[in-house]
Ligand binder design. Sequence first.
Ligand code: PEP
Length: 252
Amino acid sequence: MRTKVVAGNWKMNNDINSSVTLINEIKKGLNQKNLNVEVIICPPFTSLETANVLIKDTPIKLGAQNMYFETSGAFTGEISPLMLKSVGCEYVILGHSERRTIFLESNQLINKKIKSAVASGLKPIFCIGETLEEREKGETFKVVETQIREGLADLTEDELKNLIIAYEPVWAIGTGRNATPEQAEEVHKFIRELITQIYSKEFAEKLIIQYGGSVKPENSKDLMLQPDIDGALVGGACLKADSFIKIIESAQ
Ligand code: PEP
């Protein structure tokens, strides 16, 4: 039985003051609920250290939204895995579609980042998903398979023991148009079968595969009820404590 994992990707939202307010509201909302769901918040870099202090003594975990693969050096503007560890991050989102499309990150670069994250003891939330054009051309499985094979190239089952995969169809991100539970389940099942082929059944059965793309309190329960959907990566709806908490509750 896999524990559901709900992560909130704040993207480039919230300065330090509004980060403090949002975290305190989430803490208050989750207080004494005793839910059997792993909750992760991924604020922007500038709020990570404060977030780490605020979530101490709570079950909430901290993640970053990106990192570079080198550990230090002349890489102006970049953040290393060791820096993320030093401010309390346990997770890091890698390969988000906004990184792929706006910042032109390739499967090869994402592969380097995943290798570096696991070598530093960070748990990757590895995002994959097809565009609308690719879906309409019937290429969804091919695109997802390439992203997985290239993104996880040369990584062993043992190195990936803390991996989370987030299936996020690009056409559903920030659009208000979520995949139906059946559409999402079809791809999640495909991913689990592919992971069985590449690694093993045992590993695939334990792997957490989140769905992401316009998850809201109104649609989250039906998505979470699908057998291969193990939680959600939430964008817009995690910026308000009440909707984020409702999504977490629906995962219970
Ligand atoms: C995301 O950014 O990973 C995401 C799924 O965003 P949204 O929930 O807003 O579609």
